[in-house]
Design a binder for this molecule. Structure first.
Ligand code: ADE
Length: 267
């Protein structure tokens, strides 16, 4: 059941990067349930095709494998959207990735990989979709998923740095592109129950249990709660809001226990 009008995104086209699984999949699903036509992309073709097949039960869903670190592959996604729909209304920058590590153990390759995906990739997709669709249309909406990193992100310094960059990029493009009737905002999820959590090793999973106890609402968030925040920012319900970050974290950004993150690696 949804509190939003079922036709909130009728005749609208949305691209969700990293839409194959987890939070991205939930966002794609929710947009489809509210009338949008959706394109999902991620790197691996087979699971992406499978996700698109399942999502197609809810409406029109197309897919294109794409590594967002390669702007020519991002251009190919724009080509597909142009051929299939001839327009784009909403870009959800959800693709990203990181691995837990103390900063001094992150080697050049690991550092560059995380910066490249989260910061460079998000920039490439935003620029390409703005040039190809939003600016010519004089309308567009960008919602970018980041993390809570306002107080740093011990244990994941690379993604904290990249996402802080993405948040600042969002503020810049929101101002540069307001004249084209483009809005750009971020959503910063806290600890969310998603398939992504299963990929972490045991100490991180123990940490997640502790974070739940620390949370003032005494729980983790749900993917639906993140998707509902995206829906708000992607829709005319937020038409006078741009350049902000909406925290979906049950208050963690105000008080989260940094010591737990620093101690994760038991040095
Ligand atoms: N999801 C995680 N990393 C990605 C990448 N580089 N391109 C597309 N989707 C991704």
């Amino acid at each position: 059941m949804s509190y939003y009008a079922p036709d909130l995104f009728k005749d609208k086209v949305a691209l969700v990067t990293g839409g194959r699984s987890g939070i991205g999949y939930a966002i794609a699903e929710t947009l489809l349930q509210h009338g949008a036509k959706v394109c999902i992309c991620s790197r691996k073709e087979e699971p992406l095709a499978e996700a698109a097949r399942t999502l197609s039960k809810l409406g029109t869903c197309v897919y294109r494998p794409c590594d967002i670190r390669k702007s020519e592959e991002v251009e190919a996604v724009a080509d597909l959207i142009q051929e299939e729909f001839g327009r784009l209304d909403v870009l959800v920058n959800n693709a990203g990735g990181q691995f837990p590590s103390l900063a001094r153990h992150i080697n050049d390759k690991g550092w560059n990989a995380v910066i490249n995906t989260n910061l460079n990739g998000t920039f490439y997709v935003s620029r390409v979709m703005a040039e190809r669709f939003f600016i010519p249309q004089q309308a567009g909406n960008i919602v970018t998923i980041i993390v809570n990193m306002a107080s740093g992100f011990p244990g994941m310094a690379h993604t904290g740095a990249a996402r802080a960059g993405v948040e600042n990029l969002t503020k810049s493009i929101a101002q540069e592109w307001a004249r084209f009737n483009i809005r750009a905002n971020c959503v910063a999820p806290g600890t969310i129950i998603s398939s992504g959590l299963d990929t972490y090793a045991e100490p991180v999973r123990q940490l997640l249990d502790q974070l739940k106890e620390d949370n003032l609402m005494q729980r983790h968030g749900t993917m639906e709660e993140v998707a509902n925040a995206v829906l708000f920012l992607a829709s005319p319900l937020s038409s006078y809001t741009s350049g902000i970050t909406l925290q979906v974290d049950g208050l963690d950004h105000l008080h989260a226990n940094r010591m737990r993150l620093v101690n994760l690696f038991n040095e």
